[in-house]
Write a new protein. Structure first.
Length: 97
């Protein structure tokens, strides 16, 4: 599917059901799963979130899916999602291990 076809398909979906284009998928690297690095965990407040998808777009580990669920096996706790969120809907909480 071309990007133009994907965009047309995306526009045809009901609001809130957009299929976002994945830039990459999380994979286990040479250093293992990046979730093991995490000392802070992102928590999304659904009441503040407008589902813009920027957190998913900017996450360097592709750990946020289209339903805005965070894959803790790969989220390394960098906080980029929280920094980029225009609604300040993501807070970073100290990880309990
Ligand atoms: S803190 Fe956010 S941006 Fe960083 S890896 Fe986790 S989900 Fe992705
Ligand atoms: S960037 Fe913020 S407002 Fe946008 S989808 Fe992510 S949590 Fe929601």
């Amino acid at each position: 599917m071309t990007p133009a076809q994907a965009a047309a398909k995306d526009r045809a979906r009901p609001a809130g059901k957009r299929e976002r284009l994945a830039i990459s998928k999380p994979v286990k690297g040479a250093a293992g799963k990046t979730g093991a690095w995490r000392t802070f965990r992102p928590v999304i407040n659904p009441e503040q979130c407008n589902q813009c998808g920027l957190c998913q777009l900017y996450c360097p580990e592709a750990a946020i899916n289209e339903n805005l669920e965070i894959d803790t096996e790969f989220c390394k706790g960098c906080g980029i999602c929280a920094s980029e969120c225009p609604k300040k809907a993501i807070r970073m909480e100290k990880e309990e291990r």
